[in-house]
Design a protein around this ligand. Structure first.
Ligand code: URA
Length: 188
């Protein structure tokens, strides 16, 4: 297992897949590295690629709004993605790209040791939960695995296309807040 410094350096120099050729920046993560909650998205988009930070574009603003509305505090979460480099034209990462990148996410999980992992969207659900996971079928249902509570939820970008998913994402993230409260026994 790599420590954070080693992980940053290995990821920054990574050329294990084709995405390494076209990225501007490697996007490793943001937030508290000792947080109780880890949010996992799909991969960096254009803004993320430029800034080197996850969820800073339109989907990220939606996520931030949701987290603020549900009174999450910045120290309570860390945000990362399945792939650390932007897929061209924001396409879904190829299986081999995700497979090459997954050890980095696993390393992040091992370092953070969150109590809760939230899979945002089908790519995160596929690579964190099961390759055949269907987000529409499993969202909102807790999965307990290897000592982690895992919550699959819609990706915030899906709301930009379909407003009817908003209430479901809100209730799934509210369930995360409630679970955190029940685990820690306090708000903060
Ligand atoms: N969508 C993702 O899945 N991750 C990001 O970092 C930004 C948008």
């Amino acid at each position: 297992m790599l420590d954070w410094e080693q992980l940053n350096s290995v990821c920054s120099n990574c050329q294990s897949c084709e995405l390494g050729r076209t990225r501007t920046n490697v996007v490793i993560g943001r937030g508290n590295t000792e947080a109780p909650i880890l949010f996992v998205g799909e991969g960096p988009g254009e803004n993320e690629d430029v800034q080197g930070l996850p969820f800073v574009g339109a989907a990220g603003q939606l996520l931030d709004t949701l987290l603020d509305a549900l009174m999450f505090k910045p120290h309570e979460y860390y945000i990362a993605n399945v792939v650390k480099c932007r897929p061209p034209n924001n396409r879904v990462p190829l299986e081999e790209e995700a497979e090459k990148c997954l050890p980095y996410l696993r390393n992040q999980v091992a370092l953070i040791r969150p109590q809760i992992i939230v899979c945002l969207g089908s790519t995160a659900a596929r690579y964190v939960i099961a390759r055949d996971a269907k987000i529409t079928q499993i969202r909102g249902q807790w999965i307990e695995r290897k000592g982690y509570w895992i919550m699959p939820a819609f990706h915030p970008a899906a709301l930009l296309r379909d407003q009817s998913k908003k209430a479901l994402l809100f209730s799934d993230i509210k369930a995360v807040r409630d679970k955190l409260l029940s685990i820690t026994g306090k708000e903060d």
